[in-house]
Design a protein around this ligand. Sequence first.
Ligand SMILES: NC(=O)c1ccc[n+]([C@@H]2O[C@H](COP(=O)([O-])OP(=O)(O)OC[C@H]3O[C@@H](n4cnc5c(N)ncnc54)[C@H](OP(=O)(O)O)[C@@H]3O)[C@@H](O)[C@H]2O)c1
Length: 263
Amino acid sequence: MELRGKSVLVTGATGGLGQAIARRLRAEGCELTLTGRRADLLEPLAKDVNGTALVADLSTSDDVDRVAAACAEVDILVANAGVPGNGPLEEYTVEQLDRVLDVNLRSPIVLTRLIGERMLERGHGHVVFISSLSGKTTTPVTSLYNATKFGLRGFALALRSDWVPRGVGVSCVNPGPIAGAGMFHDGGATLPAGVKPRTPEDVAAAVVRAVVHNKAEIDVADLATRAGATLALLAPQTAARLGKFVGADKVAYHLAEAHKDKR
Ligand SMILES: NC(=O)c1ccc[n+]([C@@H]2O[C@H](COP(=O)([O-])OP(=O)(O)OC[C@H]3O[C@@H](n4cnc5c(N)ncnc54)[C@H](OP(=O)(O)O)[C@@H]3O)[C@@H](O)[C@H]2O)c1
């Protein structure tokens, strides 16, 4: 799909990756609608990219419906909003756990169902899900996050077989650790030696590539991290042992502690 002049909804635009995605799509000539809860960040960003700000809490079904109604005619949905959802499951209340599922999994699925309706009628459109390499590989104390990201990736790949023949592209962008801004960066963890993080701009470039070339999946990570994720699909227990050996477990425990206030 050619991007110039297309209307795009980007959820989670106030975050590290969302801001980069919004700016890149604007540079490609898109007309943007941006969501987030923090109006103090969202409104200046929307002004900067000549877009529309929609303050919304995607853990509530009313706000998801309101965003879908306001954006029913968009050409492209980038479902990016997400929360870390990490830490031991047994520390979560059911209310906290529901919030992770609602933001990371329910809201992208419902937005796709509602906004996808017109895309299918027109026989034209694209949905990009920002999943994660945590949709392919697991670490300790990330069970809930893994559940949402494996779920989102499975949803995207299956939906792609249904919708691509009807003219609507579906892509999954899977970032590994991203430096400079975003939830990994905010967690302040040190990566294992030899792992090179990517940037929010790399994720934004992957979103553009996914839409322009109608890609099924794009992993945004260095070779070693992508190789680890591929091994995890083939031999999850071996990959988990290797992850522990190279220090990925330590990173996961560190982030779970650092993200406690985001539950
Ligand atoms: N950064 C990484 O290394 C990395 C790696 C793999 C995957 N990802 C994925 O990339 C996506 C973006 O993450 P990020 O790194 O940019 O994280 P971030 O900086 O923490 O941003 C998260 C975004 O989600 C929004 N959000 C959170 N809870 C929300 C809610 N209840 N309702 C509406 N919006 C909500 C936040 O907006 P408000 O706070 O304004 O509501 C913010 O815009 C996520 O899906 C994440 O899982 C990130």
